[in-house]
Design a protein around this ligand. Structure first.
Ligand SMILES: [Zn+2]
Ligand SMILES: [Zn+2]
Length: 699
């Protein structure tokens, strides 16, 4: 074992004296050495089940205690260069929750890093290093005094400090004079541009890079007429010469000043705008003038698998990736699986606010890793409410930071949630956005809950459509969704696939429940269903002579989403103020807790009180037991039970119609376990965890 290695392990042992290892350092080191031969290609790593297992312990075993052995395995793997920083950072994040990470480790491991890589200390290496470890580069001042002194003495040379000041100057310029982007860009040297990558978001960086490259292209002097290809080479050389960190994605106007000397017909930007998009892509813009290397494969990987639970879909092209949704399973709090390519993800698209699509975001997006997420404004607002409420539930359950799993402690750290909402970008339906170079996204209303969207993603000549949770059927709140069906791949929500469409009219049930119950409890999901029920009660004129009340998160959501009508937002409803003529619509649609559950318990012997279930009831929940008159519920609760079939998902009949219209590859997700495909649907794929679909683009 090398000396540095021993040093480090001993250092860790000092910080964590109660650590008991099942293997000796040496054994672990030898084990890991085996992996040395493995290529660093992330997809290659995926094929090695030993390594995957170790990573899985670190990443997915979030609800369990982190194993000390895997901690060492991971560090050793990193040490042996078999894994990269992003992975190592995931481990450090685990360490952090065990309160090991402090400035001393930071400095110490930087020292190891620079020694190992034989790189010279400089500001950039340091920035890169600490960002990847998960410490915000800007917050130099938050380090302890000793560390600050060490860093500036040991690590930062005078030149580095100069760069640091220059970066600060540009940042304040960007903040105060953002409208003069072009001017600011012209005063930045390419050397500084790469530092900015740590501080500004991808879009701003792209804009800066674009202006900067425009500036750069003016330095090219053409003495004679040259071909387009020759010019392209010149531009690329110029980028290389200047160590240009970003390839701008829109470069056409850069050509403008040179066009008279280029042997090619260039369309004007106005003309170009009239061309069909695909055509422009084929012969202009990106491929013609910029990126020299275009990989051939687009990979779609399902990190959450096909079942209802934790959604996470990774789309990768070359070393660039985006992610759609990053949810948390409501039944066991697990998040999508770890994948080496998560490190390439800069942009995360979020379809809607429900936790099975958003619950993992606080863990994935840390204040330091530069990832940004995108959704509609309503989804942002609702996600904030739902995550905050998750955080307070964890707190309410008395879980302390010390006892919390890494995922829980992420929720308990206020800064994580605050940061999450600082790195959000708004998407608007019917507009197209380039969220990451080469990934163009167009949102479509999904009619599932407020702000819900399906996304069409055009990526290097291929189109992928993901419906998210969606409904083709109209409700009180939305018209049914209208989605394109001509994408190369359509990934769709199959919640009600092959399940009988109920014949009962929900409104008949609601009317009956309201008429025959002296008081009525309506457990409904806080986001969407509560508001749908308020609207229905209004339209059925039930609100006229009953008192509709809502409380808690459901009330907050109704308020921020501007739901009008005759209903009262009340602070709390208890048995003492639950009167005849009251209808309480509130969160916890399956009666797992909250106001509705308290009222249910407190009225259990009253046969005149009604309970109206109005959504999906998962097995193992009290809602399910009541709905199906299981003895465990029937013997205890004597209220009248009603069940109105309402859903935010497409019913089975409409879904079959949609499936038959889809033209390209069909992939179904968000389906219950053991879903059986109909005979005529054998072409549909229900992906397992980590299933990868490869598309080849024509370029
Ligand atoms: Zn949903
Ligand atoms: Zn869902």
């Amino acid at each position: 074992m090398t000396n540095d290695m021993t040093n480090y392990l001993e250092f860790l042992m000092k910080l964590k004296p109660d650590l008991k290892l099942k293997k000796t350092y040496h054994e672990i080191y030898q084990d890991c050495k085996e992996y040395l031969k493995i290529s660093k290609d992330p997809y290659f790593i995926c094929q090695n089940s030993n390594i995957m297992n170790i990573f899985d312990i670190a990443w997915v075993g979030l609800t369990e205690n982190f194993s000390a052995v895997s901690e060492y395995y991971l560090f050793t793997l990193y040490w042996l260069n078999a894994i990269n920083f992003e992975i190592y950072r995931a481990v450090i994040q685990e360490l952090e929750t065990n309160l090991i990470l402090d400035e001393e480790i930071l400095v110490y491991s930087f020292w190891l890093y620079t020694n190992k890589k034989k790189i010279k200390y400089n500001y950039y290496a340091f920035l890169e290093y600490i960002r990847k470890l998960g410490v915000k580069p800007q917050k130099f001042s938050t380090f302890s005094k000793i560390t600050q002194k060490n860093i500036s003495k040991e690590i930062l040379k005078d030149e580095d400090k100069e760069i640091g000041r220059e970066v600060d100057r540009i940042l304040s310029n960007l903040k105060n004079r953002s409208q003069y982007l072009e001017e600011i860009a012209s005063s930045i040297s390419p050397k500084l541009l790469k530092y900015l990558d740590f501080h500004v978001d991808q879009r701003l960086l792209n804009d800066l890079a674009y202006y900067y490259s425009k500036h750069l292209s003016n330095e090219i002097k053409l003495k004679k007429k040259i071909s387009m290809a020759e010019f392209q080479k010149k531009i690329e050389n110029k980028y290389k010469e200047n160590k240009f960190p970003v390839v701008p994605t829109v470069v056409d106007p850069i050509l403008q000043s040179h066009l008279s000397n280029i042997n090619a017909k260039a369309a004007s930007m106005e003309k170009l705008a009239q061309f069909p998009k695909d055509l422009i892509k084929e012969y202009a813009s990106i491929q013609a003038y910029s990126s020299p290397s275009v990989a051939q494969k687009i990979r779609i990987t399902f990190l959450g698998g096909g079942n209802i639970g934790n959604m996470g879909i990774l789309i990768q092209h070359d070393n660039n990736a985006i992610l759609i949704d990053y949810g948390m399973s409501v039944s066991n709090n697990s998040i999508p699986r770890w994948h080496p390519s998560l490190k390439y993800v800069k942009a995360i698209l979020v379809t809607h606010a429900h936790l099975d699509h958003t619950g993992g975001l606080p863990y994935l997006i840390t204040p330091e890793n530069g990832k940004q997420w995108y959704s509609t404004q309503s989804t942002k607002i609702l996600t904030e409410k739902l995550l905050q409420s998750t955080s307070s539930i964890i707190k309410m359950n008395g879980i302390t930071k010390k006892k919390a799993s890494p995922l829980q402690s992420t929720y308990l750290k206020k800064s994580h949630l605050i940061n999450l909402f600082n790195v959000h970008n708004t998407l608007t339906p019917n507009e197209t956005f380039e969220v990451s170079p080469g990934f163009e996204v167009s949102p479509y209303h999904a009619s599932h809950v407020f702000g819900s969207c399906g996304y069409k993603i055009d990526v290097f000549g291929k189109s992928i459509f993901f419906t998210g949770d969606f409904s083709l059927d109209s409700s009180e709140l939305f018209e049914g969704a209208n989605f394109p069906t001509d994408s190369d791949v359509t990934i769709f929500d199959g919640t009600y696939y092959n399940r009988p469409t109920p014949k009962t009219d929900p409104n008949t049930v609601i009317l009956q429940a309201a008429e025959t119950s002296s008081r009525l409890i309506i457990p409904a999901f806080s986001v969407g269903r509560t508001q749908e029920m308020i609207k229905r009660l209004e339209r059925l004129r039930i609100s006229k002579n009953k008192n509709i009340k809502t409380t808690g998160l459901a009330a907050e959501v109704s308020k921020v989403m501007g739901i009008k009508g005759k209903y009262d937002i009340v602070k709390d409803v208890s048995i003492d103020n639950f009167k005849e003529g009251d209808i309480v619509v509130s969160g916890h649609g399956m009666l797992q807790g909250g106001t509705v559950r308290n009222l249910l318990d407190d009225t259990k012997d009253d046969e005149n009180t009604g309970v109206l279930l109005c959504g999906y009831q998962a097995p193992d929940t009290l809602g399910f037991a009541l709905q199906n008159s299981l003895p465990v519920a029937k013997n205890r609760y004597h209220q009248k039970i009603f069940s109105a079939p309402i859903s935010g998902h497409t019913n089975s009949d409409s879904l079959n119609g949609f499936i038959s219209q889809i033209e390209g590859k069909k992939i179904m997700v968000h389906t219950p376990n053991n879903t059986v495909l109909r005979k005529e649907h054998k072409e549909i794929l229900i992906p397992d965890y980590n299933r990868e679909i490869v598309l080849r683009n024509k370029i």
